[in-house]
Design a protein around this ligand. Structure first.
Ligand code: NAD
Length: 506
């Protein structure tokens, strides 16, 4: 039997730990009392019984958001901005507690979790400022006595569906521009990490954001999750769905939204190519791979999935990378010094294992790792050890292009190295996928840098860096990685409509 963990004992402000949903300014369980267990992926210990809400409660949250919309959208942009700045301040003040909640429900090391809180808070700061600058236009008319004006207005109630890999930042990345634009929101929290979403609702309540403006519903995976998705997509009171998650769920939500023709923005899966040319600074490139591949134990949509290394530097690069990966300290994210945590669930572990076995069966060699395991810092032991979700950080070389890992997103700590010879060949291989979110390459050649960046079929390119996300720049993909951009000057437009006002008879 699994043991339980008292999360509130780890917090200086235990009130941030909530195991109820937040609808219309009230903390509520599921109407029928249904719950599901939430566990710590590092130990298998139960953290809480969470409300398993039925579809009717999602509709209730949408009604609350619709009722709150007129007053929230009627505030001045300055008033909304002030709320966001206060929220930003509270996040900074509570970074330790918010990071702890994130660490125990998601598994990422505490230092990394606190880094995510800072990143999540940056969306509030950026959008607090950006909301003040949602300018319209006046456009000269070809007709005498006519004036044209374009104004920006909030799109309305927004359904925000977020994933577990960034339990805080994926919420603020959507919520901050939505609130700044004058929209109200219903957040469907991921089943794996609802506590971070609910902690944000506590802070919204504390800064006085009115009831109904921010609502958080939660339920386990399966039927009620699908029902929540249906309600958000089919309810005519919802004007926009912003979703981050897998491509298959994105396709489903798009179909479901067709009956009400909602505005959509989707940030879906990736399969990032990470290219190391023969003139690259190898030390910097290895650090780039580490930052891109092993953050969040490889569970990021922009992480290096296919690492292409020029044949001239292949062996040298592989050895350098293996050396650094061997030095990782894997364990419970709450343990001092741990640099890589568990995967979020067993499904994630099984996928990494399948990718490793398949690549090895096609000739790949394991340089480091290659197996699931339970580190000593994961506080469970004996029969409970199997409930933890660790996989060793792994580097494999001589990977055959027919391996699953060449075409599927691994979403785990597996770095597969492929060999290439020419720029044309590697660009073609990098682009030979149905998705196009991010790509990275390392070179010192300025001409090549421009040529390759322009040729890669992705929404974002990192040149000589493995880190590309910031609140002030657009984030999003092409092809089946989705559409719409989060962050940057255009991010807030996703939550606005442009309204034309033409005035005649002047
Ligand atoms: P998922 O797409 O199933 O889940 C993402 C979010 O969508 C979660 O909140 C989930 O509850 C919700 N969801 C799932 N089905 C839904 C439905 N029918 N209606 C409404 N909401 C629904 O992704 P996952 O199972 O968490 O992970 C599976 C794979 O998805 C990963 O291995 C990875 O490839 C990809 N993924 C990508 C990202 C990203 O950042 N782009 C994030 C998480 C997962």
């Amino acid at each position: 039997m699994s043991k339980t963990q008292d999360l509130s004992a780890l917090l200086s402000d235990a009130d941030l730990f909530r195991s109820q949903g937040y609808i219309n300014g009230k903390w509520v369980g599921a109407t029928d009392g249904a719950t599901f267990p939430l566990t710590n992926p590092a130990t298998g210990a139960k953290l809480a019984d969470m409300p398993h809400m039925p579809r009717g409660q999602v509709a209730e949250a949408i009604d609350a958001a619709k009722a709150a919309l007129p007053a929230w959208s009627a505030l001045t942009a300055y008033q909304r901005s002030a709320y966001l700045l206060k929220l930003h301040g509270l996040m900074e003040q509570h970074v330790q507690d918010l990071g702890t909640i994130l660490c125990v429900e998601n598994g990422k090391p505490l230092t990394e979790a606190k880094g995510e809180i800072a990143y999540g808070a940056s969306f509030l700061q950026w959008n607090a400022a950006e909301g003040l600058r949602t300018y319209g236009q006046t456009i000269p008319s070809p007709f005498p006595g006519t004036r044209n004006m374009v104004i920006k207005q909030p799109i309305g109630v927004c359904g925000l569906i977020t994933p577990w890999n960034f339990p805080n930042a994926m919420i603020t990345r959507k919520m901050a521009p939505a609130l700044a634009a004058g929209c109200t929101v219903v957040i469907k929290a991921p089943a794996e990490t609802p506590l971070s979403a609910l902690a944000m609702a506590v802070l919204c309540e504390r800064v006085g954001i009115p009831a109904g403006v921010v609502n958080v519903v939660c339920m386990d995976k399966g039927d009620r999750e699908a029902a929540a998705g249906l309600e958000l997509c089919e309810n005519p009171k919802v004007s926009k769905i912003s979703f981050t998650g897998s491509t298959p769920v994105g396709r489903l939500l798009m179909q479901q939204s067709s009956s009400t023709l909602k505005k959509l923005s989707f940030e879906l899966g990736g399969n990032a190519a990470f290219i190391i040319f023969d003139d690259a600074d190898l030390e910097t490139a290895v650090n780039g791979v580490i930052a891109s591949k092993f953050r969040a134990a490889g569970q990021t949509c922009v992480c290096a999935n296919r690492i292409f290394v020029h044949s001239k530097v292949y062996t040298q690069f592989a050895n350098l990378l293996a050396e650094k990966v061997k030095a990782f300290k894997v364990g419970d994210g709450m343990t001092e010094g741990v640099t890589i945590g568990p995967l979020v669930n067993q499904r994630g572990v099984e996928k990494v294992e399948r990718h490793v076995k398949d690549a090895v069966s096609k000739g790949a060699k394991i340089l480091v790792g290659g197996e699931r395991f339970t580190p000593s810092s994961a506080s469970n032991s004996g029969s409970e050890a199997k409930e933890t979700c660790f996989f060793q950080p792994t580097v494999i070389i001589d990977v055959d292009p027919s391996s699953y890992v060449a075409s599927e997103e691994t979403f785990g700590p597996l770095a597969p190295l492929f060999k290439f010879e020419t720029d044309e060949e590697v660009i073609q291989r990098a682009n030979s996928t149905e998705v196009g979110l991010a790509a990275y390459f390392f070179t010192k050649d300025l001409g090549r840098s421009n040529r390759v960046a322009e040729a890669l079929e992705v929404g974002m390119v990192g040149v000589n860096t493995g880190v590309i996300a910031q609140a002030c720049i657009p984030f999003g993909g092409v092809k089946q990685s989705g559409f719409g951009r989060e962050g940057g000057p255009g991010g807030i437009n996703e939550f606005q409509i442009e309204k034309l006002i033409t005035i005649g008879g002047i």
